[in-house]
Ligand binder design. Structure first.
Ligand code: CAO
Length: 418
């Protein structure tokens, strides 16, 4: 196999929880040498959060830190800071997602880092960007979803703002940061100078809520949003409402019940009425008479009674499982999919075959499942290995930095490293 795309790129992973680790994990999968720098007293908090096996690193940690090395060090001790500065001098990228101000308090602000190594790129995730009145806040996933416009536009109109199960604030911010870091590397390779790349979780959520800002402007101009369930009988206020399961792109859709929904909470499909596929959609669901009926023939004519149409489609679905339904509908090119549970995803042979779900060997644990690379390359396949134990590579990394056995022993004795 050819060399991995990011081979030779040295990354200091000074991150915790999810947003930062998700970014550096991808860098590691793509071949960078990622050294996770962790506190000596327990390391990344996720090692201990939501444990399923006593005294064994939690899945929360192992699913975000594979393919990395771990250096456990107290960077607040002068000797620890010295190690950190040595690492910085030899690295290409440093990623951090500490609480606002923490890097400055450690004496590792951007100006100092840039002076130590002008080629280094600093990646930083915070809850809010520097111009925000909330830039001093500590932020977790759901806080970002609330502030980024996702929560106010998710859920049903008669319920409260709702948080998505997908990590729009955390992993999504990490993916945005990854794009920024790779962009900065390309520029650094041309200019020789690194820069600071910042991503705020609010901005990253907002970037994925782009169509809702589109809808806000349409609402202000028109007073209504024709693809929302509230149209034309419900009331619109002055802000984009929660649209339940409505499709957001102008092609109406909804989650529809299939055979067994009474007992199986996931016996549903997502069904989309694609405007240009109306005739075939009618044939698929046994309603050829709808094709030319003026009450049904256009999207505008259908919208006022779209829920009656969905109810009729559910009658057609009543004796079909979600898989049977999709197998029929796919032959008529109806955009649709079964609603898959995590249990089904974990066992899905196709996702295993593509490497989108992988089984990984992990010290002290045995094997566990993780989500593999969602990005596929024709030139290489990421090889996902286990996550490091706390401080597993401390001595190895120190030796690489030029510390001899005595100096390493001294750092251990002073509890500067573990
Ligand atoms: N040695 C010594 N000290 C260390 C250290 C090390 N190796 N690594 C970290 N620390 C210190 C930090 O310097 C900081 O010290 P001060 O508070 O004295 O400055 C302290 O540990 C705690 O840092 P923290 O950022 O982890 O703080 P926290 O646990 O209170 O907050 C979080 C966690 C996530 C809310 C906060 O880091 C944050 O808002 N980050 C930015 C947004 C973000 O990425 N959130 C997503 C997290 S994923 O849900």
């Amino acid at each position: 196999m050819s060399e991995k795309p990011l081979a030779g790129i040295k990354v200091i992973d000074f991150t915790g929880v999810q947003a930062g680790p998700a970014c550096t994990q991808l860098l590691a999968w793509f071949g960078a040498d990622v050294i996770k720098v962790e506190r000596t007293n327990g390391g990344d908090v996720t090692r201990r959060q939501l444990r399923d096996i006593p005294d064994v690193d939690a899945l929360y940690f192992t699913m975000l830190n594979s393919n990395k090395r771990s250096l456990a060090i107290n960077t607040k001790a002068p000797e620890g800071k010295e190690v950190m500065e040595k690492l910085i001098r030899g690295a290409d990228i440093l990623v951090e997602n500490f609480a606002p101000g923490a890097m400055d308090r450690m004496g590792l602000g951007w100006d100092h880092i840039h002076e130590l190594n002008p080629r280094l790129i600093l990646g930083s995730v915070k809850g809010f960007n520097e111009d925000s009145p909330w830039s001093d806040l500590k932020v977790y996933e759901n806080v970002a979803q609330a502030a980024g416009g996702a929560a106010s536009t998710t859920g049903f109109w008669d319920g409260p703002p709702t948080i998505s199960g997908a990590a729009l604030g955390d992993s999504n911010s990490g993916m945005h940061l990854m794009i920024g870091l790779l962009t900065a590397i390309i520029q650094r390779n041309a200019t020789g100078v690194g820069q600071k790349v910042s991503v705020s979780m609010q901005d990253a959520v907002l970037n994925l809520s782009r169509v809702k800002l589109r809808d806000q402007q349409r609402l202000e101009r028109l007073g209504y949003l024709e693809e929302y369930p509230q149209y034309p009988n419900g009331e619109f206020g002055d802000a984009v409402p929660r649209g339940g399961n409505a499709g957001g792109g102008g092609q109406p859709g909804w989650v529809l019940k299939c055979k067994g929904w009474e007992t199986d909470p996931n016996a549903y499909i997502y069904f989309t009425i694609q405007e240009q596929n109306w005739a075939r959609t009618c044939e698929a669901i046994g309603k050829p008479e709808w094709i030319d009926d003026p009450e049904y023939a256009t999207a505008r004519a259908r919208q006022p009674h779209i829920f009656d149409i969905f109810a009729d489609i559910e009658k057609w679905l009543a004796d079909k499982t979600k898989y049977e339904a999709v197998d029929i509908l796919r032959t008529y090119e109806v955009p649709c999919a079964p609603v898959l549970s995590m249990k089904e995803i974990a066992a899905d042979p196709a996702l295993r075959k593509s490497g989108s779900v992988v089984e990984v060997e992990q010290k002290d644990r045995g094997t566990y499942l993780t989500v593999g690379s969602p990005i596929k390359f024709s030139g290489f396949t990421p090889d996902i290995t286990g996550s490091p134990l706390l401080g597993e590579h401390t001595d190895e990394v120190l030796a690489d930095l030029g510390y001899d056995a005595d100096a390493i022993a001294k750092l251990h004795a002073g509890q500067v490293v573990v």
